[in-house]
Design a protein around this ligand. Structure first.
Ligand SMILES: [Zn+2]
Length: 200
């Protein structure tokens, strides 16, 4: 065997070995970053802390909250509204429909946060006002309104709510209900096109 051939074989061996080491290092790095990400997102403590702080402001993190649950978004509702919603929820359940609360009472700070997000989303304060009220005007802040979900439940309440004094108030918000005690005998009053019409 001549030395040139032996040298070439050594070079090839070194190159291949280097490539394998680099590949193994890359795989280990990716694996480590993946397991770090998993550990962070599944840490129960960090999740609980964030949820507790937000929940005190009326944030609902769980889409299965009902009007029977003991969370600030529900317990902060006006007592008569809450009671009407509970009676309606029992009637809905007997029709096979689960009535859930997507949003109920909100702290002024949470309402302001929603308004800020709406201004960013819709591009102007005027357009945002059609969808989200200010902390001073929102019926959610006073505990006088609840947003109902899922769609099937909101639809059920749209048709049956008057029996319990619960009415849809805004044409553009088929999920938003408030207490109108007279609706039990008189039916629900005409709706506003959107929140800005009510405040004019
Ligand atoms: Zn609402």
């Amino acid at each position: 065997m001549n030395t040139a051939l032996a040298h070439r074989r050594r070079v090839v061996t070194v190159v291949i070995t280097t490539l394998i080491i680099a590949l193994v290092a890359l795989i280990l790095t990716v694996q480590q970053s993946l397991s770090t990400a998993t550990a962070a997102s599944s840490s129960p403590d960090s999740v609980l802390v964030a949820t507790d702080a937000a929940a005190a402001d009326g944030v609902i993190g769980d889409s299965r909250v009902t009007v029977f649950d003991d969370v600030p978004a529900v317990t902060g509702l006006d007592g008569a509204l809450r009671e009407a919603l509970q009676r309606a929820a029992r009637a809905a359940a007997s029709d096979g429909v689960e009535l859930r609360i997507n949003s109920g009472w909100r702290s002024p700070a949470y309402q302001q946060q929603l308004l800020d997000e709406a201004v960013a989303k819709y591009g102007s304060a005027e357009e945002a006002a059609r969808w989200v009220a200010t902390a001073d005007t929102s019926e959610h802040v006073t505990g006088a309104a609840a947003d109902i979900g899922p769609w099937r439940a909101a639809d059920w309440l749209k048709h049956r709510g008057a029996d319990f004094g619960l009415c849809q108030v805004y044409l553009n918000e088929p999920w938003h209900f408030e207490l109108r005690a007279d609706a039990v005998t008189d039916g629900c009053p005409p709706m506003y096109a959107d929140p800005t019409e009510r405040r004019r």
